[in-house]
Design a protein around this ligand. Structure first.
Ligand code: ADP
Ligand code: MG
Length: 395
């Protein structure tokens, strides 16, 4: 069982970024189109105004606000880069996208551009995160990396393995340390950005296939990509040789081995639109209720975590919040992206998404890292002990 040391304990607020998508051609010509949402990128605030009214407005403040013109790289830098670096340092990290269907969540997270001339280029946060992870793995000469990936969705409170679709109802378990995990989920080793994108594509195909069979819409599920980075400190040259030598002469010294594990959760939440927009008959109603229930629980957990007086957080009320428990106040660094549409038609949805984001600004997490220092200290002590022995032998 992995041991956690509390050598480093970072308490830090959930980081919230708002991204407005460009209007579609339709929206540009609509009557209740623009403008009703204004961004102040200097002050990181969003001003929402009812059409035709200068008095009726509300201002929200965030960590970053990105206009429709913001390229994917800006979104990555604002909302994801530090989380990915933290994961490489052995923390758990979560990046999640919230917003109504069509607001740009999947575009923000998973967009991949395939161009016949240029080939495939990384665009969204997931391929960019993978690129940063593999760049580090290739250039870091002091560590050996093992990167693996899982891909699941939560649909109607069931966890389905998108890389092994026959596993359609996996369970959530907890280790002795309180780490929450999906039991029996497929974890596949990935060695390049292409490997990650291939698994995403396979997962999305499985997802679409399942949804087509049910005649359902994919925005009715939450998808979660999980990338696990294990990094093992390489033994300093010469030390192993010295140890082997010593042990041959009757000592019983062991080489310390420290593995640092960081987990990155990439969460594309189901559409947050209200029930009446998503249709309300038969299975569609049950789906919508299930999405509503889990997003409402997510909101409740965030509100509870944002209020220091509240001690009970209803993590166990939905699979989503149970799985994201650590991301919302436990051992994780968390970044939330609130995706919004630019037109007046969605004023209500945009308002409630921004409110959700505002509340999340008040949530703090306490990330813990299994510090590598421990490995270095032991190694250094061992080296010194060997040197002292050597000196004694030769004096
Ligand atoms: P969601 O996942 O929130 O339902 P999507 O990511 O599927 O929304 O976005 C809906 C549509 O808008 C897609 O066709 C997508 O390509 C486009 N879109 C979203 N955000 C942007 C953006 N920032 N720039 C250009 N197109 C975008
Ligand atoms: Mg989507």
């Amino acid at each position: 069982m992995r041991r956690r040391s509390i050598l480093s304990l970072d308490s830090e607020r959930v980081r919230v970024t708002v991204r407005v998508r460009p209007p579609t051609k339709d929206e540009e010509t609509k009557e209740d189109g623009l403008p009703f949402i204004f961004l102040d990128t200097e002050k990181n605030s969003v001003i929402l105004r009812r059409k035709g009214s200068f008095a009726d407005f509300k201002e929200f403040k965030f960590d970053a606000v990105l206009p429709e013109t913001a390229p994917q790289v800006d979104v990555y830098n604002a909302a994801a880069q530090t989380v990915v670096q933290d994961v490489l340092d052995g923390y758990n990290g979560t990046i999640m996208a919230y917003g109504q269907t069509g607001a740009g969540k999947t575009f923000t997270l998973s967009d991949i551009v395939t161009d016949e001339l240029v080939g495939t280029t990384v665009e969204g946060i997931i391929p960019r995160s993978a690129a940063d992870i593999f760049l580090k793995a290739e250039t870091d000469k002091d560590h050996e990396y093992h990167v693996s990936m899982s891909y699941i969705q939560i649909y109607m409170e069931m966890i389905q393995d998108l890389l092994r679709p026959e596993n359609s109802n996996l369970n959530i378990r907890e280790t002795e340390n309180g780490e929450v995990y999906v039991a029996g989920v497929e974890e596949i080793q990935v060695k390049s950005v292409q490997d990650v994108m291939k698994l995403l594509m396979i997962g999305d195909q499985n997802r679409n296939f399942a949804f087509t069979k049910l005649n359902a819409h994919s925005s009715r599920s939450h998808t979660i990509g999980m990338i696990t980075v294990e990094k093992k400190a390489l033994q300093p040259p010469g030390l192993r040789k010295a140890l082997t030598e010593r042990n041959r002469r009757g000592s019983n010294l062991t080489m310390p081995e420290k593995v640092l594990v960081g987990k990155l959760f990439l969460v594309d939440l189901a559409g947050s639109e209200r029930l009446k927009r998503s249709g309300s008959e038969g299975i569609r109603a049950t789906e919508a209720m299930s999405v509503n229930m889990s997003l409402t629980t997510l909101g409740k957990c965030i509100s509870a975590r944002a209020d220091p007086m509240v001690t009970h957080v209803p993590f166990r009320d939905s699979k989503l919040t149970r799985l994201l428990q650590e991301s919302l106040g436990g051992n994780a660094k968390t970044s939330l992206i609130v995706n919004v549409a630019p037109c007046g038609e969605f004023l209500q949805e945009t308002f409630s998404s921004l409110q959700f984001g505002s509340r999340a600004m008040k949530v703090s997490t306490r990330a813990i890292v299994n510090i590598e220092e421990e490995f270095r200290v032991i190694t250094k002590n061992l080296q010194q002990a060997l040197e002292i022995q050597d000196k004694r032998l030769h004096s």
